[in-house]
Design a protein around this ligand. Structure first.
Ligand code: FAD
Length: 426
């Protein structure tokens, strides 16, 4: 993937506000906590710490929100980890805790938007869409489980006959509506949260890649032109951290994920195709998801690519998937295409841990991180402040070490995904 220190060209980058222009890290600095990476994980951690009075330095290799956080589908989906897998790994109490944490992740994000008046086009309304009866059965179980666990937002099964109220396609046989989830402009959210942290005193540095981390009693991080000494370090580089910290790199698999944005649709097309201005998501492994932007573009995402190479043309790969659902868009121009990296945890449970006691990390949200990263930031801040209850539960999960990193692991992963895809098709 060809990357620069400026934002990748995307609909979000073209509509970001405000433009960020934090200084490059130069010289020596001291602080309580140095946070490496200004995506949602890093920004959320910095904001939680700054709110508690910590002296924080947030160090970003490119621009705030440059990574997956500024490029994603913008689908706000409460939830934290696969509760079933947590149950298997750590027992029923941990599973119940993870369920509540999923609810909490959504609340933290929405409260952030309200508290700091962040202009990120947040809209509530989300529909999981069903391709078959199996999906509908899963939805029914899911609805009961969430209600039993005390989920306070309305949820409702949408039968086929009501689907035209939401979508103008016969591709789906029904859905599960969730009035807690929704959609937003992820880059503007990330920029807004970084600004809030900065206003509370956090030092933010952009275009400053951390090249080395020095562990020990007095840890510090180094960039090309500066150093930050800190009592604690947080690694929030996730899928873009690369070799900065080899100890955690081999626990995740990297996958490319992609989106396209159409030209603005006419009012007539909007009324026909997406009468409810909600977010929509399929249940398949290489799931399609879509929603409207405020200026009425169809933002459509889907593919996952484990080869380590972007497709030759993102539009040529994604547009046919969109047209299968909405053939009415056949003459609609595609204005933007872009991709980003998602970090996948084989167990589909976000990874938390410590290195040498005073370096903390969180990574591996497996393509579902907009809300979970907001809780991750709180968990990291809590752990640094001495309350590590949630952090410790997750750091107990034993994650697979993938020898050879992405080059070894990805063919195996691709085969595994193909197996699940085949199962779906059958
Ligand atoms: C195309 C796409 C669509 C997605 N859609 C959704 C969705 O609709 N809903 C959802 O919930 N999730 C979605 N996700 C996943 C979600 O975006 C991620 O889980 C989440 O943004 C991860 O945030 P992060 O802060 O951990 O990582 P990132 O946002 O990737 O941020 C990491 C940051 O660290 C910086 N960095 C890395 N190394 C260093 C270093 N050495 N020094 C300094 N800085 C460094 C990078 O430049 C980057 O800015 C999607 C992801 C993609 C790619």
């Amino acid at each position: 993937m060809q990357e620069t220190r400026e934002h990748a060209a995307s609909y979000y980058a073209a509509t970001r506000k405000p433009e960020t222009n934090y200084p490059i890290l130069e010289g020596e600095h001291r602080c309580d906590v140095a946070v490496v990476g200004a995506g949602f994980t890093g920004v959320s951690t910095a904001l939680h710490l700054a709110e508690r009075g910590y002296d924080v330095a947030l160090i970003e290799a490119n621009r705030v929100g440059w990574g997956a956080s500024g490029r994603n589908g913008g689908q706000l989906i409460g939830g934290f980890a696969d509760v079933g897998r947590i149950g298997k790994a750590l027992g029923p109490d941990a599973a119940a805790m993870a369920r509540q944490m999923g609810f909490e992740s959504r609340e933290i994000l929405v409260q952030r938007v309200e508290k700091y008046s962040i202009d990120c086009d947040l809209k509530i309304g989300y529909l999981d869409v069903a391709m078959n009866d199996g999906d509908m059965r899963v939805f029914a179980g899911y609805l009961e489980e969430k209600k039993d666990a005390g989920y306070t937002h309305e949820m409702r099964i949408i039968p086929r006959e009501e689907m035209p109220d939401y979508l103008g396609t016969d591709h789906y046989i029904g859905g599960l509506a969730d009035y807690g989830n929704g959609h937003l402009h992820p880059l503007n959210l990330c920029i807004g949260e970084a600004y809030a942290a900065h206003e509370l005193g956090a030092k933010v540095f952009e275009q400053s890649r951390v090249t080395r981390i020095h562990h020990g009693d007095k840890p510090f991080v180094e960039t090309e032109s500066g150093k930050v000494h800190a009592n604690k370090i947080v690694l929030a580089g996730n899928g873009y951290l690369g070799n900065t910290e080899p100890k955690i790199r081999h626990k995740i698999i990297l996958a490319g994920s992609y989106m396209i944005a159409t030209e603005p649709l006419s009012d007539a097309l909007v009324d026909e195709l997406v009468p409810a201005d909600w977010a929509f998501c399929e249940q398949t492994v290489g799931l399609n998801y879509f929603r409207l932007s405020p200026d009425k573009r169809m933002l459509f995402g889907g593919m996952c690519n484990y080869s380590g190479r972007d497709p030759k043309s993102i539009t040529a790969s994604l547009q046919p998937k969109m047209l299968k659902i909405f053939p009415q868009l056949r003459d609609t121009r595609i204005d933007y295409e872009w991709g980003g990296i998602i970090a996948i945890s084989v167990k589909r449970i976000p990874q938390f841990g410590r290195i040498q006691g005073n370096t903390y990390y969180a990574q591996g949200y497996s393509g579902h991180g907009v809300a979970p990263t907001h809780l991750a930031g709180k968990m990291l801040a809590d752990a640094i402040a001495g309350d590590s209850e949630q952090f410790d539960v997750f750091s107990k999960v034993r994650h697979l070490w993938l020898p050879g990193g992405k080059w070894f692991a990805n063919p195996a992963m691709a085969l595994g995904m193909m197996y699940f895809r085949l199962k779906e098709l059958l």
